[in-house]
Ligand binder design. Structure first.
Ligand code: ATP
Ligand code: MG
Length: 456
């Protein structure tokens, strides 16, 4: 709602401007896509796919209606079981859909998969490479709502697809992000980077095997989530925020010691490139990110004032993703900013814009004055000023009170006298000062004031 939407608009407008200076074009992917796209791209073991997606059969039915209709009547016990376990229900629904050849669709939980699909579907590999795209819009995840975590939230993201995997590309993507955060006025952001190598025995696969062995040894000291992840996705254990697990995690092997020569060189070059660009970073060996598609460079940015939900941006390289979705081998890297959290952080630091008041409130009295007021409003609005023109005549005192409540800078006082004299009165509401101007000069004066303040 206003006035907050003014801040949202400023944050989005700045993204359009900054990203354009780096040569990115906007893409608007659809709000829902076949579930299969996300299941494949994001990965079945991730939180997003296993329990956070809103998925529906197409044509629409609730998941339970779908399950019931497909199975005839399922037993009471099984019904209760599915109803109490959304993860199981999702799994079950997906299995049935496959058996019955029914399409499932999902509200998009993220947009990278859609952008890669569009790249393939629209033959963007035939454009000059790399193709640089960005998007702004809502994403949907079924999570427990809390500060900085919502079921409909907004992301501002960008992807670089095709061309090479030169470390300069990674560095420039990050440079653009930090330039953007600086421009919107986010202070105190910290950039964390890491490299998670690539999927080969002499690189990440070898590391994961060692990590798994190390984790097996301390299994009984870990919580149930981490215990499960030893089998399904041991890297995710490093993500754990559980206080009781921190000391144990600190003793685990680091991936930096297991990168292959190419990945090691790539990581070193990304860091060097960041330094040349004057981008400050901190290395965090535990930064693995939750999505399956990442490789090599991963990064995350935290911001102050957000409590435990302090990540405002996550991203990384995903060279295999386009191919996984049926396209040609294609390099890729991207990020997604959590816009809600960015806004929260700006507000916490007092950078949230105050209510946008009117520039001018026209206090008119009398028939002639009204006609003049309508024309004055037209001229001022044309010059870009925000003008409030009351639809019915008001007593002078009431008009000024109203102007004050709306946060107007000036009241333009127009009575029949002023109109016949051709001298209009302008009251600066913050000081109470009044000045008389001939009409054309007054319009010109306000126009200039507007220019000065939009310049500042
Ligand atoms: P988290 O660990 O906080 O759940 P994530 O790894 O799921 O984050 P990504 O998928 O990388 O997040 O999304 C990028 C950014 O989008 C996050 O850094 C965060 O700022 C924002 N984000 C993710 N989920 C939500 C949500 N439910 N509500 C608000 N913002 C979110
Ligand atoms: Mg999450």
């Amino acid at each position: 709602m206003p006035p907050e939407t003014a801040l949202w608009n400023r944050v989005e407008q700045t993204a359009h401007e900054v990203f354009a200076t780096f040569g990115y074009g906007e893409i608007r992917p659809p709000i829902f896509e076949p579930t299969e796209l996300f299941a494949r791209a994001v990965g079945g073991e991730t939180d997003i796919v296993s329990k956070e997606m809103y998925s529906f059969p197409d044509p629409p039915q609730t998941p339970m209606e779908f399950v019931q209709a497909t199975l005839g009547r399922i037993g009471q016990e099984q019904f209760a079981l599915l109803e109490s376990d959304p993860e199981k229900l999702q799994d079950f629904m997906r299995e049935l859909a496959e058996l019955q050849d029914v399409t499932l669709v999902s509200l998009r939980p993220e947009a990278t998969a859609s952008v890669c699909r569009a790249y393939i579907e629209h033959n963007m590999q035939q454009l000059p490479q790399p193709v640089k795209l960005y998007y702004v819009g809502p994403m949907f995840r079924r999570e427990r709502p809390q500060k900085g975590r919502y079921r409909q939230f907004y992301q501002i993201g960008a992807e670089v697809l095709g061309g090479s995997d030169a470390p300069a590309i990674d560095a420039e993507v990050i440079e653009m992000l930090m330039t953007y955060f600086d421009k919107v006025g986010l202070h105190g952001a910290t950039l964390y980077i890491n490299s998670i190598g690539h999927n080969a025995d002499n690189c990440r696969r070898g590391y994961v095997a060692q990590l798994r062995t190390a984790l097996e040894k301390v299994k009984d000291k870990l919580g149930p989530d981490s215990q499960r992840r030893i089998d399904t996705n041991p890297l995710r254990v490093l993500d754990s925020k559980l206080e009781s697990e921190q000391a144990i995690i600190a003793t685990l092997p680091h991936i930096a010691d297991h990168l292959c020569d190419d990945c090691k060189a790539h990581y070193a070059a990304v860091k060097r490139q960041l330094e040349i660009r004057g981008v400050l970073y901190e290395e965090n060996w535990r930064l693995v990110r939750g999505l399956d598609y990442y490789m090599r460079t991963t990064f995350e940015i935290t911001a102050p004032g957000l409590g435990s939900q302090n990540a405002v941006c996550g991203g990384g390289r995903y060279d295999g993703l386009v191919e996984l979705l049926g396209g040609p081998p294609t390099k890729g890297i991207g990020f997604a900013i959590g816009e809600d959290r960015l806004i929260l952080s700006l507000q916490e630091s007092g950078k949230g814009q105050k209510g946008q008041g009117r520039d001018v409130y026209i206090a008119w009295m009398g028939e002639h004055a009204y006609a003049a007021a309508i024309h004055a409003a037209k001229d001022l609005r044309k010059a870009g000023l925000s003008v409030e023109l009351p639809p019915v005549e008001q007593k002078f005192g009431k008009a000024l009170g109203q102007a004050d409540k709306l946060g107007a800078k000036y009241a333009l006082i127009l009575g029949d006298n002023e109109v016949s004299e051709g001298l209009w009165t302008l009251k600066t509401l913050s000081t109470g000062e009044q000045e008389k101007f001939p009409e054309p000069e007054l319009i010109e004066f306000l126009r200039q004031q507007k220019n000065v303040s939009s310049y500042l």
